[in-house]
Write a protein that binds this ligand. Sequence first.
Ligand code: ADP
Length: 276
Amino acid sequence: VRITPLGERSARAGGHALLLHFTDITHLREAEEMRRDFVANVSHELRTPLTAVLGFIETLRGPAREDTAARERFLGIMEGEARRMNRLVSDLLSLSRVESQERQRPSGEVDLKAVLDGVIAALRPAAEEQGCTLELEVTPADPSLLLGPAGESYRMRGDRDQVMQVFLNLTENALKYGGTGKPVTLRLGWQEGSGNLKGPVLRAEVVDRGDGIDPLHLPRLTERFYRVDTHRSRAMGGTGLGLAIVKHIVNRHRGRLRIESVQGKGSTFSVLFPPE
Ligand code: ADP
């Protein structure tokens, strides 16, 4: 904390200096609190699978030593727990990478339609296994939006791998929480921007017909480790970091994420991206 000598300043200027300092301290406190919460969450998330693995090792050394069937079963569980830790560490690394890049604008070019086709190709086998259809609906560009040469394409400035990560995470969630056997639809189109997004913007949506989300949870959904139902998320192999990663990537691309959900009907996760 800096201390500014106020002696020679006017009372008014001094007032400003003090005000600034209080704001600094509040930010520092908040940042410190968030860091502490984050470390506590990560430790807890790692401790749960670690405790399970250590427990099974003990059982394998003792009571289950001669029991081949039990040994196989326990090894299977230990493998699952090790994979969970692996996913958590990968997601933590992705999150830290996207957080540190948030202020650097990406310079590549991304064909959003090709990205969504790629997401569907990657996740269709998993969708079919659950009896879900997974489709892409493309709305042709509206000529009234005066899009110019870009109007017929779905290109934007961005980092291809990160944009792919956004829609992989959202579509995996739609498949996980969207109800078994219910269709999941990806939609792509252009629309007129609003607020601080001026001009035509690309809109890509992931729509599911699952149970939906209680509106109470919506504002906190993109926080790290925030889950509506921790038990369900864990059972589905979730780390609680997917939407936090999505939020940071969308911010880096100067885009906007909007979540709409109707309980009993399903959820729509829309992302708006400026083409430039
Ligand atoms: P997780 O690894 O738990 O899936 P995410 O950050 O991706 O973590 O999502 C956070 C939480 O948001 C999930 O645990 C789930 O409760 C809720 N959620 C995300 N997507 C959906 C969806 N399509 N339908 C219902 N709930 C969802």
